[in-house]
Write a protein that binds this ligand. Sequence first.
Ligand code: B12
Ligand code: SF4
Length: 468
Amino acid sequence: MKITLIQPAMGHEQGSFVGSWKMEPLSILALANLTPPHHEIAFYDDRMEAIDFDAATDLVAITVETYTAMRAYQIAQEYRRRGVKVVMGGYHATLVPQECVAYADAIVIGETDAVWPQVLEDAQAGQLRRVYKGTGRPRLGGRINDRAILAGKKYLPMTLVESGRGCKFACDFCSITAFFERSYNPRPYQDVVQEIERAGNRFVFLVDDNVVADFDRARELFDALSPLNLRWFSQGTLNVAKDPQLLRSMQRSGCDTILIGFESLSEENLKAMKKSFNLQHGGMRECIAKIRDHGIKIYGTFVFGYGHDTPELFERTLEFALEEKLSIAAFNHMQPFPGTPLYERVAAEGRLLYPKWWLEKGLHFGDIVFRPKGMEPEELRARLMDVRRRFFSHKGVLRRATDARANLRTLRSAYLYFSLNALMRRELDEKFGFPLGDRSLPMPELFDEEPLTVAPYLSSLLEDEVAS
Ligand code: B12
Ligand code: SF4
């Protein structure tokens, strides 16, 4: 069979796509590497090239996130009206399967590692089922991704590698914890090393949502990375600061930046999002100091729109981010992703302005899709934009640069610090205002479906795991 893999963009209108989002698509790479070699593979990255809908193909596979759902459904519509079967999978397909299945011939719920060959066999036999489900947690060992299908595409010069999936925390807004039900599944560190060596790039993004989810395992991984002379980036939790030995091995292994979700300086907000663990181990400032003392830069993320925000909290948060010399920061609005407890709560309170915001015609990235408590949606949007602009202003960048411990620790750290900040500043207007979907194509038709619930499918995933 000829299989066409597609990474959808969030939308199309302006002719270009946000530069810092053009990263290697690992979901596509996983599918390509799980496909038996007798099949032929074509791949379109909708973020940087036009899709030839008329090119001959037997099956189309599209990865769907919530923000790319509208565009993914439009792409599916184009293929299906040409008589080509479409399979969808990924976060959105897993968390809102009852919607996604209406736009595809088949969907895969959950991790697809074990089930993809079966989907292909069924497709070849003309017996595609409507819904497939990855059961239990797959063994992540034994697959070292080949990157041949990415050749010639203009990605950021950074290799993306998985070193584990999931996270044991339960933040109420998080799709990860909804998808993996608070479990963590590490990949053998030897495979991680092998994949990095095979890719041959010193700049690596370990895409785990919490690379320090298991301290002992993280230490093993970092020690194994040390001889590779890497500059690596990842995401983690603040509690890493409580283990100086782990921080040392992180530093030795070449950790440049760790993204940490601080989320809010308000204790009440943290409580509401089930993230009070951010206040442990001496508090945020003490933890930040320990991490920066090890030469590691911090990319801090903050969220506004929970119930206890005030104008003063925006100012205090900006001052905190500048004072603590965060290398980069994201100031996001609370986003009710379907399938999360947050979505259920905001919906139950009648505060969703658009229940299916991801399919709302005319919506842009950065638009507020719910009614915040204590301020108008437009005020929330405007305050966030103001804080972002001041953080990335020349003054803000220079103030944060006065940091010999991490941001300007070496010439290379300084180069990365200034170039990343310049990129983020340039992109502010482009990113916040980016359209969802392709306005030149018909919007996806809306179908009636069962009311959304907190992913009941995932409970059965867990049962499978217990049974196996
Ligand atoms: C790397 C990353 C990015 C990179 C690039 C992503 C890319 N696609 O190129 C950058 C930094 C640019 C980015 C940006 C954003 N991201 Co992001 N990102 C990630 C991250 C950390 C890793 C993705 C990855 O490579 N995973 C590894 C692959 C192998 O896993 P996978 O995608 O789940 O695929 C498996 C299955 O889902 C399934 N599968 C997936 N697709 C398909 C398709 C078919 C047909 C089948 C059968 C199976 C299948 O098979 C795979 C193997 O089992 C994830 C979190 C995570 N750990 O996954 C967040 C994540 C995907 N991002 C998320 C978000 C919200 C964003 C942003 C909106 C953030 C922001 N506020 O700016 C933007 C949106 C950009 C866009 N979509 O255009 C959310 C999405 C939530 C949701 N409900 O959709 C996630 C889950 C993070 C989170 N904590 O919630 N992101
Ligand atoms: S710590 Fe991060 S990855 Fe883990 S549940 Fe919370 S937001 Fe999600």
